[in-house]
Unconditional design. Structure first.
Length: 499
């Protein structure tokens, strides 16, 4: 039996190499087989769809941003035509230069009027006060210095030339009493005059019994002339009587203080030669003292002679307040400080107060009842003075004023406002800047006819006392320009998935 024929062995066929480059995996280690052709086409279509979606999303974002900016511009412009209660952007909330408000535009306004909503007023801190009658008593507080009473200051001079022999007052500031000896002086002229007086007395005694009247009269006249000469040299009657009793001339002459006071200057020293033109001592009586206060020029009209004044001591020299009278108002103005001086007199018992001490001077003048405005409500630009008048319903208007000199916390009101008017006392500069902005917009409308400066009205079409009207049609004088009042709400964006 023949065995079956052997089947030929199967040989393994090697795949043919692919001429295309192998695909590398993300790990970069093993090559991946290439996808079939259909898979490659689907991948390219997916990439194209993703790119198209990205382009559409970018276009939609750009469109949304443009619509958002357009909506912001239209909403800002719409605030000029909406009522004050309408919604406004937060950055300009409450600041509408021409809104009608709940109560309408004030008909009594005389100039630029601006509307500020209650919320905005509270935000910027607007406060008002009423113009009323006030008791305007003027109170002037100023600085002053104590000074010597110039009517009680004296200088000591001798009537004869000579030498200081003995000195009883030998330092400045010493208190001397009336009749107290100051110094003694030796003078040859004085000694010779005393001798002449003694000789005249002796001659009168010898010739007094003469039978000739002319002789007796001549002797008496010599005695009178010598005595008068001694008196003119400040020799007292007591000293002359002592000279008559002693019969001997005195070598020195004693000079006495004419009144009680403080020695301010001392120019006499023992052994010094002095002459009549030389001041030996300067003495001041401090029983009465002056206060020299300084006031501004505009305050002078509030002062008068005899007016009551008070003095306070800021450094504790005295705990009490002293009262005095204005005795003199100096006629000149200090060119350095532009102030005038007033003089007030006080009694100084016990010599407690010292000259050159600083004090506080208080001068009060009754001004009576006057129409007054708070000082913080007045805006003074130098060229004019005005205040911000608060109308009802949130309207404000700058009003020019005439006021007097300030009195404490108020200005006397001369003209510009009336009793009961309310004025802004805080944040008035912010309100004033808003009115100036409205005036600037009005000036722009003159150079650009047809421009809506707020509220849909053009310059020259406003009616005084009438509330601004909202225009429902665009201004034909400026075609193509989107004016306030004509803005339409932006269209709803189309759904991107429906494209």
């Amino acid at each position: 039996m023949t065995p079956p024929p052997e089947e030929p062995a199967l040989t393994k066929r090697e795949p043919e190499p692919d001429p295309r480059p192998a695909t590398v995996t993300p790990a970069g280690n093993l090559p991946l087989p290439h996808p079939p052709e259909s898979v490659g086409k689907r991948a390219w279509s997916t990439y194209a769809v993703v790119a198209l979606v990205a382009v559409l999303i970018g276009a939609a974002g750009m469109f949304g941003a443009l619509r958002f900016l357009e909506r912001g511009r239209t909403s800002t412009a719409a605030t000029n035509t909406q009522s004050p209660a309408a919604a406004q952007p937060e950055s300009m909330a409450g600041l509408d230069a021409s809104a009608t408000g709940a109560g309408g535009h004030p008909t009594e306004s005389k100039g630029n009027v601006v509307y500020i909503s209650p919320a905005r007023q509270q935000l910027i801190g607007v406060r008002t006060a009423t113009v009323t009658h006030q008791v305007l008593d003027t109170t002037i507080r100023t600085v002053g210095t104590l000074a010597y009473d110039e009517t009680r200051v004296t200088q000591i001079h001798t009537k004869v030339a000579g030498w200081v022999d003995k000195l009883y007052v030998d330092y400045v500031g010493k208190l001397v009493q009336r009749g107290q000896p100051l110094f003694t002086v030796y003078s040859p002229d004085l000694v010779s005059t005393q001798k002449e007086y003694l000789l005249a007395l002796k001659a009168r005694g010898q010739l007094g019994a003469s039978q000739f009247e002319e002789t007796r009269n001549g002797a008496e006249s010599l005695v009178s002339a010598a005595r008068d000469r001694l008196r003119l040299w400040d020799i007292s009657d007591d000293q002359i009587a002592e000279l008559e009793q002693s019969g001997e001339p005195r070598k020195t002459l004693t000079l006495y203080s004419p009144f009680s006071g403080i020695v301010l200057e001392r120019n006499a020293f023992a052994g010094q030669y002095i002459s009549p033109e030389m001041s030996t001592f300067k003495i001041a009586d401090l029983s009465t003292i002056w206060v020299l206060g300084q006031v501004f020029e505009y305050e002078l009209k509030s002062l008068k002679l005899g007016q009551d004044a008070q003095i306070q001591f800021p450094y504790g020299q005295s705990t009490r307040t002293l009262n005095g009278k204005v005795t003199f108002i100096y006629p000149e103005i200090d060119p350095q400080t532009r102030r005038a001086k007033v003089r007030i007199e006080f009694r100084n018992p016990g010599l407690e107060f010292k000259p050159e001490t600083y004090v506080t001077v208080i001068l009060k003048t009754a001004g009576g009842h006057q129409l007054a405005i708070p000082k913080e409500a007045v805006i003074d630009t130098g060229a004019k003075t005005y205040a911000i008048l608060a109308h009802p319903n949130g309207y404000f208007e700058p009003r020019e004023l005439k006021v007097g000199s300030p009195v404490d916390d108020y200005y006397p009101l001369i003209s510009g406002l009336e009793m009961g008017d309310r004025v802004v006392t805080s944040a008035q500069f912010l309100v004033d800047s808003e009115t100036n902005l409205q005036a600037a917009m009005g000036a722009m409308s003159l150079s650009m006819p047809g421009m809506d400066v707020g509220g849909g009205l053009t310059k020259g079409t406003e009616t005084k006392g009438a509330a601004p009207k909202t225009s429902s049609k665009p201004d034909e004088s400026m075609k193509g320009m989107d004016m306030p009042g004509t803005a339409k709400p932006p269209a709803k964006p189309k759904d991107q998935h429906q494209q």
